[in-house]
Design a protein around this ligand. Structure first.
Ligand code: DGY
Length: 429
């Protein structure tokens, strides 16, 4: 598992860290950090997790805690944490608050994203050298963390006990081929007029198609008409899928909370129980013929899609060793044609596209989740090879994603989580 590139030619850690920090500083706003200037000019939910870890990695603990506090200050009373918080006006992004019309202050979307910020909070608590600050910050976040996970358990439990997403945006892997089949029956938005702004910044062939956008907005329209009732979105939405990636990140979030609960003096029981039940749900999404974790379409009642990053992220939660071997064997077979690891979708599937967002490009976040899971499962050499390979990518640019054929940085540039994980993972001591 590696990428083309000469490790000897890489910049020294110090240089790379300085450049990564400069990206985070440029993207920092009033207490939160945007994923990328122009392309994503607000606070994004799951991005906040790795971004907080990046701030912590350079000793900016107050900034790290504030990143999470800002996000949770926009939490809904149901416990849902919205996937975008529109902290200020910016015409550069579509769909903005007027399309969502959730009636929230601050304005937010009405969807969520994988709860990576929960795991980030547990890491901040464990790592913050100022123990008084760690304790008071974590304890004040605690009710919010628990409320989010309880809401996922209550309102998003699928037939196998895995977590249900009601929109591809909730997976964080928007146009992954994993969602193609389920999306094919979703109505397009009723209004003919669509104002894509993303393609002003990034080449259209690296972004979702117009039809996909019209369907993304079609789901938004249905859920908005249903009144953004976060207790019943899987019933309201024309898209309801048990997502292995979302489930794995939630299971790990619960386990991470349980691991620090005693030290923080908070109740461990609910987190332990949720980690176990989601582990069972994740287990049920394993497709033994394919040797991969696959989403389950709750409406069509079938497993869907080729081998993609959402199944790979199961490793982050911890999976049986025999399954790790099977998944690694598949990933290794991809390297014969694609030198940069790890493509986010199966290269021999007709849906594969090496430059189109989540349909093939390599993402730093996915590599981190996988490497962490591999290390915890005892595959330390593989984890370290993946870290080295990822470092060669960021040494060239802090891009949103990378072409697996030649490691070219594509999508948005100056991308926050690529920089943050450079600090928290790729150049740590
Ligand atoms: C986008 O706008 O592309 C985002 O991924 C939605 O969350």
């Amino acid at each position: 598992m590696g990428a083309s590139g000469d490790a000897g030619a890489l910049p020294r850690n110090g240089d790379l860290r300085q450049r990564a920090l400069a990206v985070l500083e440029r993207n920092h706003r009033d207490g939160y950090t945007v994923p990328a200037q122009e392309l994503y000019p607000f606070q994004w939910c799951w991005d906040s997790g790795p971004i907080a870890l990046g701030w912590a990695a350079v000793g900016r603990w107050d900034t790290a805690w504030t990143e999470l506090e800002r996000l949770f200050s926009a939490q809904w009373t149901s416990g849902m944490v919205p996937h975008i918080v529109f902290w200020q006006e910016d015409d550069g992004y579509f769909p903005g608050p007027e399309i969502w019309a959730t009636g929230r202050n601050p304005p937010t979307t009405g969807l969520t994203q994988p709860p990576l910020p929960v795991s980030a909070a547990a890491r901040l608590f464990a790592g913050d050298p100022d123990r008084d600050r760690a304790l008071s910050s974590f304890r004040s976040l605690w009710p919010h963390l628990v409320a989010w996970l309880s809401w996922i358990e209550r309102a998003r439990q699928g037939p196998h006990g895995a977590s249900v997403i009601v929109h591809p945006w909730e997976s964080g892997m928007d146009n992954s081929p994993s969602w193609d089949q389920s999306l094919s029956v979703v109505p397009e938005m009723s209004n003919e007029h669509i104002e894509r702004r993303d393609v002003a910044t990034v080449s259209a062939d690296q972004r979702p198609s117009s039809r996909e956008y019209r369907q993304y907005l079609g789901i938004v329209e249905v859920l908005r008409t249903a009144g953004w009732n976060t207790e019943r979105q899987p019933a309201d939405s024309p898209f309801a899928v048990e997502d292995p990636g979302f489930t794995a990140i939630t299971a790990r979030a619960a386990a991470d909370l349980a691991a620090v609960a005693t030290a923080a003096g908070v109740d461990v029981r609910a987190s332990t129980r949720l980690a176990e039940s989601l582990g069972t749900g994740l287990h049920a999404l394993w497709d033994d013929d394919m040797g991969w974790y696959r989403p389950y379409d709750v409406l069509a009642k079938c497993a869907v899609g080729p081998a993609t990053s959402t199944g790979l992220v199961a490793l982050w939660a911890g999976v049986p060793v025999a399954r790790v071997h099977r998944m690694l064997a598949r990933v290794d077979s991809w390297r014969t044609t694609l030198p940069a690891a790890i493509p986010t979708s199966q290269p021999d599937d007709p849906s594969f596209d090496p430059i189109r967002y989540w349909r093939g490009p390599v993402w730093v976040l996915i590599n981190w989740l996988v490497a962490d899971g591999l290390a915890r499962a005892g595959f330390t050499d593989r984890a370290s090879a993946l870290r080295t390979a990822t470092r060669t990518l960021v040494a060239r640019s802090f891009s949103e994603y990378y072409d697996p054929r030649n490691a070219a940085g594509i999508g948005g540039q100056g991308f926050s989580w690529s920089a943050a994980l450079t600090l928290a993972w790729l150049t740590e001591a």
